[in-house]
Each structure stands twice: as structure tokens, then as C-alpha cells.
Design a protein around this ligand. Structure first.
Ligand code: NDP
Length: 313
């Protein structure tokens, strides 16, 4: 039976088909938009040129509804899928189905990378690593010693907050629309007892707290996915030494990025973060160094971005 890695498979396909060789997959709902298969299969082809043990590795895409995740994981495990990436809405709920997880995944309360083990899958979270690498590559910023403003209190924001505190940010402000979700996130990150001061603020009145002269603002809200979305905050109110990273990568130029650049601030989108979290996942599965450039080129090709995107990376 021929298997097409660019196809979106279902739970029924998983039950009925055989997936020969070493299989990996992204699992989400919906997931048809995911460019992870293109990124990973390109990076696997690159690994294959260096080492023949990757000759039968393939990365698939599976659309799995939340209520069927427990059964799907069991079948993935029985069929020997070496690794899975989890995306919306599975990153949090999957934790209760795992045989173990890394410290990062436990602190973040979410896993985006699973590794097959005899007794079940083990969970990891590579989103924080992806953010740190992207800040360095796209904006020349290190997290250590830097003031961070994080907008959002969902899964991506929580992973970012835990990673920024672990990586030694000098202070952290978290802004969110829902006060209840903000309070829950503040409880979770304050329990980590990091040295850096942590503050929460409301995004409803769109006012920023008093900030030091330099730092980086990270948008982890979903505001900006649509062209018509309002700005989560007005970046022209940031001090001149601040940079802005929007985790959104499609569209590549969100209203926040445009407004930040207009205000004279350095700004980047979330494509680098997406690529680096993927690089780290494949490194965990393959135990080899994975080319960020190859993954970025495949991501740009999928998103139909001009070559300058890859050249500047
Ligand atoms: P969640 O659904 O868990 O969280 C969404 C967040 O957006 C919440 O804080 C929510 O606030 C806020 N929000 C949604 N609508 C509005 C609005 N109208 N006004 C103000 N705030 C709003 O999503 P995730 O945390 O998983 O993802 C957040 C963003 O990060 C998405 O755009 C996603 O695409 C991106 N992302 C990018 C990654 C990358 O690799 N580049 C990786 C992961 C995510 P409230 O609590 O008030 O509802």
C-alpha cells in the first residue's frame, strides 16, 4: 500500500493501514494547515544524505479529535510511531496519557513532542527552546538578563514564561484579557520560585506597565491571525530600546509587527520559533544535529514566501 506523507490521515487510517519504516507525525485538530510535515520531511531527507539509518523515516499528518486522543495514542504506540508532535488542542490534555515527561513539560503543563518508550510515550516541550533560539537569531536578543513582556496566558504563553524564567530573564510581565486565566497562569509561574520578579497586568485597557529602557515584548495571544484584528497593545508606547516578537507566522506581517516597525522598533514573526521547536523535536528523535536552514527553506516554500526570507535566516 502506498502512503503519501503530504496527505492528512484520520484515526480510521491509523487503525486500518500499516505505516512501514520509522514513522513520525504531527497530531492536531484541525491540522490541515500544518507545515510541520514539509519541514520535517525536508530535514529527514537532509539527514538521509549523511546517514543511511534515516532511509525509511517518514513524517505524517494526522487529524485526531480531542475525544479520540486516548485511543489514537494507544494505536500510534502499538504501531510503533517513534515520535509525535502535538499541536492545538492536544498539548495540555495529552499529559495525563503519558508514561512520563520532562521537567520542562511538567512545569509548562504541556507537551509538544512525544517519544516512544516500551510502556508508553514520554513528553517533552520544545516551544521554549524554539522561542529562545528565534529571539537570538531574528532579533539578536538573549533571554538571560533581559526584561520580558509576554502577552497572553494560553499554552504558548505559559511555555514561554516558564522558559524565560528558567533561562534567567531579569523580570517578567504577563498581560492577558481574561483576568481568571491570568491569575491561574500567575499562580503556576509564581510557584516556580524564580529569582526574577513576575508581574501580571490586564490587556483590557491596553496600557503597558512602567518598563525599563530595553527588553523584548512577545505576543502569545492569537490577536493578529486575522488582518482585521486590533493590536494587543500599542507598541509605540514601548521605550525605544525594546524589540517585539509576534509568535504568529501566518500572516508573516501582523498588525503588531507593522506597527512596531513603524515605531522604529526591531520586530520579528514566529516563523523562527516554529522552525527551531521543530529542529529540537527532530534532534530528540534522531539524536543527530538537524539543519535549521533546511527546515526554514521548506517552511518558506510551503508558505510561498520570497527567497529573501531564507537568505536572511
Ligand atoms: P490559546 O488558545 O491557548 O491562547 C490564546 C491566547 O490569546 C489567550 O491568552 C487569549 O486570551 C488570547 N486572545 C484570544 N483572542 C483574544 C482577543 N480577541 N483579545 C485579546 N486576547 C485574545 O493559544 P496558544 O497559546 O496555543 O497560541 C497563541 C498564539 O501563539 C497563536 O497565535 C499561535 O498560532 C501562536 N503559536 C506560535 C507558535 C510558533 O511556533 N510560532 C507555537 C505555539 C503557538 P484569553 O485568556 O483572554 O482568552
Amino acid at each position: 500500500m502506498t502512503i503519501d506523507p503530504s496527505f492528512t490521515y484520520t484515526l480510521d487510517d491509523l487503525r486500518k493501514r500499516s505505516f512501514p519504516g520509522t514513522s513520525l507525525a504531527v497530531v492536531g485538530y484541525p491540522v490541515r494547515h500544518s507545515i510541520s510535515p514539509a519541514m520535517h520531511n525536508a530535514a529527514i531527507a537532509d539527514l538521509r544524505q549523511r546517514n543511511d539509518r534515516f532511509r525509511d523515516w517518514t513524517y505524517y499528518r494526522f487529524e485526531i479529535a480531542p475525544e479520540t486522543l486516548p485511543e489514537a495514542l494507544e494505536v500510534f504506540h502499538r504501531k510503533g510511531f517513534l515520535g509525535l508532535n502535538l499541536t492545538i488542542p492536544h498539548k495540555v490534555d495529552v499529559l495525563q496519557l503519558l508514561k512520563g515527561f520532562s521537567d520542562d513539560a511538567r512545569r509548562m503543563g504541556a507537551a509538544n513532542t512525544l517519544v516512544w518508550g516500551e510502556l508508553g510515550y514520554e513528553g517533552f516541550n520544545t516551544d521554549g527552546y524554539g522561542l529562545e533560539q528565534a529571539l537570538s537569531k531574528d532579533l539578536g536578543m538573549a533571554i538571560a538578563g533581559t526584561a520580558i513582556v509576554l502577552l497572553g496566558a494560553g499554552g504558548a504563553a505559559r511555555a514561554a514564561a516558564v522558559h524565560c524564567l528558567k533561562a534567567g530573564c531579569s523580570s517578567l510581565w504577563v498581560g492577558n484579557r481574561s483576568q481568571q486565566r491570568l491569575a491561574e497562569m500567575m499562580d503556576a509561574i509564581q510557584s516556580l520560585q524564580s529569582k526574577a520578579p513576575v508581574h501580571g497586568f490586564s490587556l483590557v485597557d491596553a496600557r503597558l506597565p512602567d518598563l525599563p529602557a530595553s527588553g523584548v515584548l512577545v505576543n502569545a495571544t492569537s490577536l493578529g491571525l486575522k488582518e482585521s484584528d486590533p493590536l494587543p497593545i500599542d507598541p509605540s508606547r514601548l521605550p525605544a530600546g525594546w524589540s517585539v516578537m509576534d509568535m504568529i507566522y501566518n500572516p508573516t506581517e501582523t498588525p503588531l509587527i507593522k506597527a512596531s516597525q513603524k515605531a522604529g522598533l526591531r520586530a520579528a514573526n514566529g516563523l523562527g520559533m516554529l522552525v527551531f521547536q521543530g529542529v529540537r523535536s527532530l534532534e530528540i528523535w534522531s539524536r543527530e544535529t538537524v539543519s535549521d536552514h533546511v527546515m526554514m527553506a521548506a517552511a518558506c516554500h510551503s508558505l510561498k514566501l520570497p527567497p529573501r526570507y531564507v537568505d536572511n535566516f
